[in-house]
Design a protein. Structure first.
Length: 77
């Protein structure tokens, strides 16, 4: 999955357009591997939506076909 494809998935989950995907440290994500977390297994980072609001997000797989998503609003960049 590319970062552009991930933006589309996150936009769908957030019900608003995601304009930027960042690593958890706040750097622009270049590839999906930068967002992978071993424990708990899944993906984590920060995102910015069209309004400029920033969120911390987590995406993890609970079984073969099911992915869970959560987000918490953080500070603006």
């Amino acid at each position: 999955m590319t970062i552009e494809e991930l933006k589309a998935v996150l936009s769908e989950q957030m019900c608003q357009r995601v304009t930027q995907v960042l690593t958890f440290e706040g750097e622009d994500a270049v590839n999906i591997e930068e967002l992978y977390q071993q424990v708990p297994a899944g993906f984590r980072g920060k995102l910015t939506v069209r309004s400029g609001s920033q969120y911390v997000w987590d995406l993890w797989q609970t079984d073969e076909d099911t992915w869970e998503f959560s987000s918490t609003q953080g500070s603006e960049r």
